[in-house]
Design a protein around this ligand. Structure first.
Ligand code: C5P
Length: 240
């Protein structure tokens, strides 16, 4: 099973808070053997690298979700800075192109502990109409598959994708290609604004390596209990 390649814990808690203090309040209740943490644009702009370092000093591995997209040199230097910050995972937009992704890969390779470098294929907020506006006539699914192939060609570690695309991407790119999936909802929890959701066990069965989960945990009365239940569900799913 993949756990030998991509070690536990597999849940990445999305710290979608406008205030570092609120994120820290939740992190105080979590533990590094239960989850990893995702710091995105909103929290990073307010909390900065110091906040990431603070979480890392407490033993958490951090996914720095800044979705870089710029000219190759700029993205490469940003990825190098992320590697120097010591994050576990960092992402960029596959639509930045092959040269940009290759430059980023080379930039992190020399780090003492290179982060996993993954690519966002198509934003889930982009539907067919949005792609058409950009002059792209392909379906979102076809474009995502094509950009995942470009990501693999650039030698990156994997992609952020919907768990519903995971099975096909796993088949196309093999066991070592890392699949990071948001849009996860435990049975019975609110769907919020996510459209196509899978449960943790379903996502795992589809081939997801890491499950990005925000509101079902961050808005729970007892976040640790929810996290432990999800981890239990994942352990049971992978022992089947
Ligand atoms: O609260 P929820 O579980 O929906 O949070 C999901 C997280 O994953 C959010 O941080 C969201 O920005 C992120 N994400 C997503 N869909 C993508 C990429 C990232 O929901 N395609």
């Amino acid at each position: 099973m993949k756990a030998s390649v991509y070690s536990a814990p597999r849940v990445v808690v999305a710290l979608d808070y406008p205030e570092p203090r609120a994120a820290e309040h939740l992190v105080d209740r979590l533990a590094p053997d239960l989850c990893r943490l995702k710091v995105g644009k909103e929290l990073f702009v307010r909390g900065g690298p110091q906040l990431v370092e603070k979480f890392q000093r407490r033993g958490f591995e951090v996914f720095l979700d800044l979705k870089f997209h710029d000219i190759p040199n700029t993205v490469a230097q940003a990825c190098r800075a992320a590697a120097e910050l010591g994050v576990w995972m960092v992402d960029l937009h596959a639509q930045g192109g092959l040269a940009m992704m290759e430059a980023a890969r080379e930039a992190v390779a020399s780090a003492s502990k290179p982060p996993l470098l993954i690519a966002v294929t198509v934003l889930t907020s982009h539907d067919q109409a949005a792609l058409n506006e950009l002059g792209i006539s392909e379906t979102p699914a076809r474009l995502a598959a094509r950009l995942a192939a470009l990501t693999a060609r650039a030698g990156l570690d994997g992609v952020v994708c919907s768990a519903q695309e995971a099975r096909a991407l796993r088949k196309a790119h093999g066991e070592r290609f890392c699949l990071v999936t948001p849009g996860i909802r435990p049975q019975g929890s609110a769907q919020d604004d996510q459209k196509r959701v899978l449960t943790p066990a379903q996502a795992s069965a589809e081939g997801s390596d890491y499950l990005v989960i925000g509101r079902p945990i961050t808005r729970a009365e007892d976040p640790v209990a929810v996290l432990e239940a999800i981890n239990g569900e994942l352990a049971e799913a992978s022992s089947r």
